[in-house]
Design a protein. Sequence first.
Length: 220
Amino acid sequence: MSPPDWSGRLAGLADLDPATRADLVRRSRVVRLPAGATVFAAGQEAANLLFVLSGTVRVSQTSDSGREVVLYRVEAGESCIMTAACLMGDAPYLAEGVAETDIEAVAIPRSVFDDLAARSGAFRAFVFAAYAQRMLDLFQIVDEVAFGRVDIRLAQRLVTLARGESDLRITHQQLAAELGTAREVISRQLQDFQRRGWIAQARGVISLANPAALAGLAGG
């Protein structure tokens, strides 16, 4: 029995010739993980190139002091730049990937990745295009952490994470990890938002009382 053809769910694979595409599907496997599962861990060797078909993977790095910084998220249709870098550089993971929701992903074994990257220009172009986009995303994160205003970045993240809902279940520490700053900085800024009447806070919950005001600041 032939494995299901998932390749149509990744737009960048459209340029692969039918034989290479069929070979990729045959030699890869679809994996499913529940929310909260560890997809990969720091220090672990990369065995597969991962492409997410559905759900979200959060990639973060934790310092020796225990401070966590969220680097990026891998959404449906995207690959993980950390995995690609580890495969190409034969290096272990420097960060952790955790399933933020239930996920379905394609695992392309290292041997298959090496084989297709060597003989298929279209596959190489697909991988490097995804890699380049992720590199740009990471540079933007570095720029925001180094030079961005915390109030604007926090407003942006609250609006994004709320996804149109009024209540957001998240702690000050989690928001600090999202923005790459200290919990105390986030707490002070949230208190300022609350004084303005933009949010209300309860234990582990932030309610967006004035989403329009937050969106206005986020757009600034």
